[in-house]
Ligand binder design. Structure first.
Ligand code: 16G
Ligand code: MG
Length: 546
């Protein structure tokens, strides 16, 4: 043991010494910063991954190198736990401690973690490594692999993959059952076979046409969609744009479309055509179209959740298996979507703090849990109980035809969805299935409800931690007086709602406001941002509408 640790700390000093940089936090998306500050971090995350795997008696752990939708010069890393879920929260602290230790402290920090977790040094360790398409990713992967190797861990290097593919592979290695073989071929074969089964032999239906324009953000999503196409055959026509020749995430991709509320560059404007954008590591997806006046219509994660919920609820009713379905959103969900879920769909809907781990955790409480962040990250989770009921009933030919058909559809959806985490490609296949089944165009989908106009603003503070929130980030408890002010502003506008929260990924706080009109939403956002700036120690110029 001492020899392993000694090795690790020595090698770390020689090859990957700690660089002069500020302390870094393992946040909602792991470590993320400029790529040049990351080599020693990757090395240390490699060391930690081995401890994590050993602590799970040799279960495979994932190590994904990506900075998702961030600009190309950034990069990042996050660890994936054995069932394909995000790293357990208590280990986030270990990651932060190890990343910020001085070179001389490295040995003792590793030892302290090993002791705290009663690590069995004899246990094996298997780490699955994946990377996105950034130019900095291969060297960073090498740093991680060095860390894993000096600690005696085994490496399974998947090369360039989407984040959700790596989650899927890790879950597949560690579990028997619903996941396919842990290879790219296994993954695509399983998903697309189920998709084709769901689609039947008629790719068109009513207003639905089996053809989309796909914005790949010039990242791994484009690369893997290309592979997926060879499995899809004639079942879906996908025109690929931003397929990797341009700059990653630059003026394109799901985050750009959602945040800037404009169509991505590099995709032709074809009036009313159904288009999708994914982000730089393909774990988010949004749909959009541009109308006759060249106006963008965005169908984001809230719309995706409601579309999928509406469809699954009908199947659940027809299946008569007594399964309970629920949705999970964050405070960013448009008020109209929440209203639609509770009043029209009459489904339970929970609100949790921002970050996939919170949504995923809550969704596990339902037989069928649907979670989506407004930004397009989400999936559907079937509990073991629901999976068993559905899969057993699907083998009961004596059931009435309509019921059996609904049950078999649910069984095929279980095969097509990546339940470990939001997966743009798998989500796309599910959404295309629902639209096809409904016979809907993207405009039919949009007609379900009207979004409340909303506005987001950023405020820079001396220390963003002075903002403290409660009630799933919907209310602030510090600094004193801030929530009273927000309440006052909100009361003055019809359908007003606003909140403020410190970002988990940037050194800013975010303000969200919605109201009956865009002018009122803008005014509310500005009032709240100004109050934050005054009461919480704003720096730089006072907030303004961009
Ligand atoms: C991260 C989160 C995402 C969240 C976003 C919020 C994961 C895998 N990703 O990207 O879910 O919406 O952070 O960013 O959890 P913010 O804290 O800067 O608003
Ligand atoms: Mg992403």
């Amino acid at each position: 043991m001492a020899k392993v640790l000694d090795n690790a700390s020595k090698l770390g000093l020689e090859k990957y010494p700690r660089q002069e940089s500020r302390d870094i936090l393992y946040g909602t998306a792991g470590f993320r910063t400029r790529a040049e500050n990351l080599p020693h971090i990757l090395y240390r995350v490699g060391l930690l991954a081995v401890l994590r795997s050993k602590s799970k008696r040799g279960a495979a752990i994932g190590l994904m190198i990506t900075a998702s939708h961030n600009p190309e010069p950034d990069n990042g890393v996050k660890l994936i736990d054995p069932f394909g879920e995000m790293l357990q929260q208590s280990w986030e602290k270990f990651a932060t401690r190890l990343a910020n230790a001085s070179d001389t402290e490295l040995y003792s920090v590793l030892l302290a973690i090993a002791e705290a977790e009663s690590i069995d040094w004899e246990a094996r360790a298997l780490i699955c490594v994946g990377q996105d398409t950034r130019p900095s990713s291969p060297d960073l992967a090498q740093a991680a692999i060095t860390g894993i190797t000096v600690m005696g861990g085994e490496v399974k290097d998947y090369g360039v993959v989407t984040t959700p593919m790596l989650h899927y592979f890790v879950a597949s290695i560690n579990t028997d059952g619903i996941y396919a073989e842990a290879t790219e071929d296994g993954y695509f074969k399983k998903m697309t076979t189920a998709f084709k089964k769901l689609r039947g032999d008629k790719p068109s239906n009513g207003n639905y046409v089996p053809s989309i324009l796909f914005d790949g953000a010039n990242g791994v999503g484009a690369l893997k969609m290309k592979v997926c196409l060879s499995y899809l055959g004639d079942s879906l026509q996908v025109q690929l744009y931003n397929d990797g020749n341009g700059k990653l995430n630059h003026l394109c991709g799901a985050d750009y479309v959602k945040v800037q509320q404009c169509a991505p560059h590099g995709v032709p404007r074809i009036t009313n055509a159904r288009c999708v954008s994914v982000d730089g590591d393909a774990d988010r997806i949004v749909y959009y179209y541009t109308d006759e006046c060249d106006k963008l219509h965005l169908l984001d994660g809230d719309r995706i959740a409601t579309l999928v919920a509406d469809y699954l609820m009908e199947l659940v009713q027809k299946s008569n298996l007594g399964l309970q379905l629920g949705l999970v959103q964050t405070a960013y969900a448009n008020g109209s979507s929440t209203n639609y879920i509770s009043k029209t769909l009459k489904a339970p809907v929970a609100c949790v703090p921002t970050g996939v781990k919170h949504l995923h955790q809550k969704a596990l409480e339902y037989d069928i849990g649907i979670y989506f962040e407004a930004n397009g990250h989400g999936t559907v989770i079937f509990s073991d109980f629901a999976t068993k009921r559905i899969c057993c009933a699907a083998e009961e030919p004596s059931l009435p035809k309509k019921q059996l058909c609904a049950i078999r559809t649910l069984a095929a959806i279980i095969e097509a969805i990546n339940q470990t985490v939001g997966d743009a490609i798998s989500d796309l296949l599910i959404l295309e299935t629902v639209l096809h089944a409904r016979g809907w165009s993207i405009q039919d989908w949009e007609a379900a409800y009207t979004d409340l106009p909303n506005r987001q603003l950023k405020v820079t503070l001396k220390d963003r931690r002075v903002i403290e929130t409660t009630d799933a980030e919907r209310k602030s408890v510090a600094p004193p007086g801030l929530q009273d002010q927000i309440n006052l502003f909100v009361r003055n506008v019809p359908n007003g709602r606003a909140f403020v929260r410190p970002s988990g990924t940037e050194d800013i706080v975010r303000v969200y406001a919605e109201a009956d009109t865009q002018a009122n939403a803008d005014q509310l956002a500005l009032q709240v941002a100004s109050a934050v700036y005054q009461l919480a120690g704003g720096v730089g110029s006072p907030p303004a509408l961009e």
